[in-house]
Design a protein around this ligand. Sequence first.
Ligand SMILES: Cc1cc2nc3c(=O)[nH]c(=O)nc-3n(C[C@H](O)[C@H](O)[C@H](O)COP(=O)(O)O)c2cc1C
Length: 376
Amino acid sequence: MAGSTYGTLLKVMTWGESHGKGIGVVVDGCPAGLPLSESHVQEYLDRRKPGQSKFTTARSEGDRVEILSGVFEGKTTGAPIAMEVRNMDQRSHDYGNIMDVYRPGHADYTFDEKYGFRDYRGGGRSSGRETIGRVAAGAVACRLLKTLGISVGAYTRSVGEIEIDYASFDPDEIWRNRFYMPDAEAAARAEACLEKRMAEKDSCGGVVECVIRGLPAGVGEPVFEKLDAGLAKAMVSIGAVKGFEIGDGFAAARARGSENNDGFALTARDQEGNPLLKEKIVKKTNHSGGTLGGISDGSDLVLRAAFKPTPSIASPQSTVSRKGGETEICIKGRHDPIIVPRAVVVVEAMAALTVADLLLLSMSSRLDRIQSFFGR
Ligand SMILES: Cc1cc2nc3c(=O)[nH]c(=O)nc-3n(C[C@H](O)[C@H](O)[C@H](O)COP(=O)(O)O)c2cc1C
């Protein structure tokens, strides 16, 4: 199975199946000297973990991470960082009723067609549990970015039809409600909406928004490794993501050029930068979402990932058996009626990995910087 590796200089490979012995990641290319412990990584994994509320699957796993290599005396050594989470709660028999049928909205049919093999125990590599490796690797990337003054923060922008109101945006509220919404009133309405969907044996989708602050201008490699192209790939590679936007995204298609262009201005320089410029170039608005020509422009990066409703639902659905014949399926077992709250940290992780990788790549774009790095 190809395709489990991501990144160019900061490379990650996730491994493991949802109901195998364990699941994890190897991070290769992390610079030596970064302070890192299991508790740093655990903090991120705890946000992704199942069983946090009635709106997340009740599969009760500790999801405790173990760092197997690449860290010595609390700091990264430059060697590959291998991290593992053992699977503790493998109730494969919950999946007995779906062994021979293809679940609508899942990857059962396409995996079977492609590999001629069916891991019916919860989806194998296409399971939401694969994101454990991404989140563990993302925790490392976030720590790396933090040392450079770059922060990555995601939250839920919408649940079904319910959107946050930016006039009520409260960053502290993100940590107070189970949806990670920065608007208490929207979170209360989302809760009522989810209760109704669950009673109807149905599920719900939503949008996660992510903001990256402190990224300098100049990150991203034209033409195929553009920053926005990399972020799009990173987001759409997450299971259940069906849409990606940066800045005004699809709304930009309805705007006029005069509305959509971000005018430039000069402001007092408060940090090191291009010595030829006494002042710093800033944008008056940020419709572009922080990139121009696939290169960061120094303003906040703002992106969104749209998640479809959880495919596993308890209502009857029409399907076919792999042995032939049409049939009906009602999915038992433990499933999130909404994927979004647990995916917020996954979006954050993939954004951090993409930005950190392209940031390292950007170091080779100018001869003067290479010369100054080597003291020549
Ligand atoms: C964090 C996370 C948790 C998920 N949990 C569930 C779940 O409980 N039940 C389910 O049916 N799908 C769940 N999924 C979605 C599946 O993993 C799978 O990716 C998706 O159904 C495949 O569809 P796709 O073609 O849209 O990627 C989850 C996805 C993510 C990212």
